[in-house]
Design a binder for this molecule. Structure first.
Ligand code: ISL
Length: 523
């Protein structure tokens, strides 16, 4: 597991530091809290952690608005804490990957402060500035992901600047070589500190398209943040055409930098209409990203035909690229409330048997449900803007419940920034630790089992047609074949094993179910 390609088939545990463990008593999690819980993380049998942003930030988007790429926000601790975290994680065999939010900065970043001062300062072209139309309107009809025009008027420069997300998240101008150099310098800072890799936020947004209107669209998929038919900005949206070919040149520069630090990795987050194609394009060739992940398994649909469709399409397009899959993150409704809460063990087996690397989101292993919050409790700007059509992302970001009978579930001695729902206390870590057949222990067991199966970690994959809502697939590695049968029917199924699999010499390692006389019996 420790070679330079440790990331191939690795399981990465995503930590949202704000909500993991508070040690300072301010109701907000911190890096010391992560250090204190590393034994728990190691006990899950994952390979790496991914820390959501902990950098200096005004927190308008809870850290995805960075005002200093090279420091830890005081609410999370210090660089010394970070160094101790890396050391302590490595001592437990855990790799450390961190979020890099490169496509935009905070409007409080000194680069932007300088850039907005005038049209001719040294950083004047570090962001995407444009003159208004003759009638004063924004230069294009592009919409921001979080609502409204993607352009914000600045009274000092008397120009608009581009922001694909919040007004407080101005987009950097990646067409300016000085910006690319500066950004690579920020990434190098963390490589020098010993991190093992990066999750690259909204990486397809780095380079902006030509400044021209996009045609109105009526084919917007539901479920994307802020992009909904029923949002206050109307059904017809004009989305910035974000996936620019110039992005690839930047990814190649970034990869060349990472290659100077063997054993480091990168996973790009891709939210795009053709996310599978972009995932393939971004991770192909060995000189771009190591892997990419999309939102395709993070939506509502989870019938086996749909899942098989996504995964087989990926297989047909990825070539020598490498996918990464997740069923949960800090942007989407909790898995237990999005798919069928009764089938969480099935989804665990499904996720961990696909070809690719895997991200698990903190609390997924506990089966945490989406927290029901009132409008007054919301803090996510996306939820505040689009309520009630879209309730935002607070419901998946509530603190980890560690101890059922401790105040705030043992997360903090103070009132947390988001409440710990009562419904989560029964799912707390201490409760599930003690119950051998808990979901938490099922995660641990399946992750341990997966490690013993090279076919699951690195093997090739082939899919059989879905039959009676059973998804069958095979993983093959160096002559070792494994048949995986996943019963999505919600009731027991008996069916003949796929003909192609009949030749498997030995019964594979079943988690449950049986295979006798050519018949699969699946509970
Ligand atoms: O692009 C999208 C839809 O076309 C979005 O799904 C987009 O990929 C996603 O919103 C990006 O999210 C990431 O960047 C945001 C931040 O708020 C999220 O938390 C982060 O995961 C802005 O930095």
């Amino acid at each position: 597991r420790q070679g330079a390609d440790w990331w191939r088939g690795a399981v990465i545990y995503q930590i949202y530091p704000r909500s993991f463990q508070d040690t300072r008593g301010d109701g907000i999690g911190d890096l010391q809290g992560v250090i204190d819980r590393l034994d728990y993380i190691a006990s899950l049998n994952v390979d790496a952690i991914w820390l959501s942003p902990f950098f200096t930030s005004p927190m308008k988007d809870f850290g995805y608005d960075v005002s200093d790429y090279r420091d830890v926000d005081p609410m999370f601790g210090t660089l010394v804490d970070f160094d101790r975290l890396v050391e302590a994680a490595h001592a437990r065999g855990l790799k450390v990957t961190i979020d890099q939010v490169l496509s935009h900065t905070s409007d409080a970043h000194p680069w932007f402060q300088e850039s907005r001062e005038s049209r001719d300062n040294p950083r004047a072209d570090w962001y995407v500035w444009a003159d208004p139309r003759p009638d004063g309107a924004p230069p294009t009809n592009w919409q921001a992901i979080f609502g409204g025009s993607a352009w914000q008027w600045d009274t000092r420069r008397c120009q608009y600047y581009l922001h694909n997300f919040l007004v407080e998240q101005p987009d950097l101008n990646f067409r300016n070589p000085a910006v690319v150099e500066a950004i690579l310098g920020e990434v190098r800072f963390w490589l020098e500190r010993g991190v093992d890799g990066f999750r690259l936020d909204a990486v397809n947004f780095c380079t902006h398209g030509e400044l021209k209107d996009n045609p109105p669209r009526d084919d917007i998929r539901e479920g994307f943040i802020g992009v909904r038919p029923d949002n206050p900005y109307g059904y017809q949206q004009h989305i910035h055409d974000k996936t620019q070919p110039e992005n690839l040149a930047f990814l190649e520069r970034l990869r060349a930098l990472l290659d100077e630090y063997p054993g480091t990795t990168s996973v790009g987050e891709v939210g795009d209409d053709d996310s599978l194609g972009v995932m393939a394009e971004y991770s192909r060739g060995g000189n771009r990203l190591h892997m990419a992940y999309s939102f395709d398994l993070l939506g509502e649909r989870h019938d086996p035909e749909y899942l098989r469709g996504i995964l087989t399409e990926m297989e047909s397009r990825i070539e020598d690229g490498w996918p990464c899959w997740a069923l949960g993150n800090h942007d989407v409704t909790r898995l237990a409330s999005r798919w069928d809460a009764a089938a969480l063990r099935l989804y665990l087996a499904f996720l961990l048997t696909q070809r690719g690397s895997i991200c698990l989101y903190q609390g997924e292993e506990l089966g945490l449900t989406e927290a029901e919050l009132s409008f007054e409790q919301l803090v996510d700007p996306a939820g505040i803007t689009f309520w009630p059509a879209y309730k935002g992302r607070d419901g998946c970001r509530t603190p980890m419940p560690w101890q059922a009978d401790a105040p705030h579930g043992g997360f903090s001695r103070a009132a947390p920034w988001l409440p710990v729902p009562d419904a989560h206390l029964g799912l707390a870590v201490d409760q599930q630790d003690a119950a051998p057949d808990s979901l938490l222990n099922a995660y641990r067991a399946f992750l341990a089992f997966r490690r013993t199966q090279p076919a699951l970690v690195k093997g090739d994959i082939t899919y059989h047609p879905v039959r009676d809502e059973v998804l069958c697939l095979e993983r093959t590695h160096q002559g070792n074949r494994l048949l995986v049968a996943l019963n999505f029917a919600g009731e027991p199924r008996e069916l003949p094993a796929p003909r192609e699999a009949q030749s498997l010499a030995e019964a594979p390692a079943w988690v449950n179910g049986s295979w006798q006389d050519g018949t699969l019996r699946l509970p």
